[in-house]
Write a protein that binds this ligand. Structure first.
Ligand code: PGA
Length: 251
C-alpha cells in the first residue's frame, strides 16, 4: 500500500480578515510541520496577503472561473491564482453545487482546467441527508466521481484530492461517525481502483463535515481517511493548529 500523507485543509468560506491571515500564519509556522500537508483556503483577496511569506503550508482557492480570460466580470482566472502562489483549488463544494447551481459538467470543466495548469483540485463530493436516508449515498458518490473519470480519464485523479463531505454534516456539528466515513472512503477508493489500482492507492481522500480538534484523531486514523477539509474550526488558529499537530502523530 502507498504511504499517503495526511492533508489538513482549512476552508474559510466567506469569513476571515487580515488579522486572521497573520494569526493563522504565526500559529502554523510555529508548529514546524514536516510529515503532513497543510493547506489554507482564504477568500480570493487574502491569497495576496499570504504571498510574500515563507510559509510551511500551501495556498488554495475556494473557486476558479472555467474561462481562462476575457469579458467575465467578477470571475477569477487560474493564471491569477497561480501568480498568487496557489497550489490547490476547491471545486464541487456542496455550497457551490446548491447555492450557485454548479452542475457536474461545470465542475468537470473546472477540474480539467486546474489539471491543465498543473494545480491540484480538491474535488468535493457527498450526499444530502435525504439521499443517505433513502440509501442513495453510493449512487450519488458514483455519479459525482464517474463524471470526472468518464470525461477526463482516471489519470485526472493523479495528483488530485477528493474530499468526501456528507452535506448533512457540513456546518451542522453532526459529524459522520468514523465508521460511516470510512465506509464511504473505502467505496470511493474501490471505485477508482476499478480503473487504476495505482492511482487509487495514492489518492488522498479527505473527510469534511464538522471536523474539529476533538474528533480529528479518530477520523484521520481510519485506513482510507487521509485528512480533512475543515470549515468552522479552521477559523480558530489555536484549534486548527491543534488539528495539524494531532494529525502529525497519525500514520
Ligand atoms: P465545516 O465545513 O467544518 O464547518 O462543517 C466543512 C466544509 O464545508 O468544507
Amino acid at each position: 500500500m502507498a504511504e499517503r500523507r495526511i492533508l489538513v485543509a482549512a476552508n474559510w468560506k466567506l469569513n476571515g480578515d487580515k488579522s486572521l491571515v497573520s494569526k493563522m500564519s504565526d500559529a502554523l509556522n510555529a508548529l514546524e510541520l514536516s510529515n503532513i500537508d497543510v493547506v489554507i483556503t482564504p477568500s480570493f483577496p487574502y491569497l495576496a496577503c499570504f504571498e510574500q511569506a515563507n510559509n510551511s503550508f500551501s495556498l488554495c482557492a475556494q473557486n476558479v472561473s472555467e474561462h481562462e480570460s476575457g469579458a467575465y466580470t467578477g470571475e477569477v482566472s487560474i493564471e491569477m491564482l497561480k501568480e498568487l502562489g496557489c497550489e490547490y483549488v476547491i471545486i464541487g463544494h456542496s455550497e457551490r453545487r446548491t447555492i450557485f447551481n454548479e452542475s457536474d459538467e461545470l465542475i468537470c470543466k473546472k477540474f480539467e482546467l486546474i489539471k491543465a495548469k498543473s494545480l491540484k483540485p480538491i474535488f468535493c463530493i457527498g450526499e444530502t441527508e435525504g439521499e443517505r436516508e433513502s440509501d442513495e449515498t453510493e449512487n450519488v458518490i458514483s455519479r459525482q466521481v464517474n463524471v470526472i473519470i468518464d470525461t477526463l480519464g482516471v489519470e485526472a485523479l493523479e495528483n488530485s484530492v477528493i474530499a468526501y463531505e456528507p452535506v448533512w454534516a457540513i456546518g451542522t456539528g453532526k459529524t459522520a461517525s468514523p465508521e460511516q466515513a470510512q465506509d464511504v472512503h473505502h467505496f470511493i477508493r474501490t471505485l477508482v481502483a476499478k480503473k487504476s489500482a495505482v492511482i487509487a492507492d495514492k489518492l488522498q481522500i479527505l473527510y469534511g463535515g464538522s471536523v474539529n480538534a476533538s474528533n480529528c484523531e479518530t477520523l484521520f486514523s481510519q485506513s482510507d481517511i487521509d485528512g480533512g477539509l475543515i470549515g468552522g474550526a479552521s477559523l480558530k488558529p489555536d484549534e486548527f493548529s491543534t488539528v495539524c499537530r494531532l494529525a502529525q502523530g497519525i500514520k
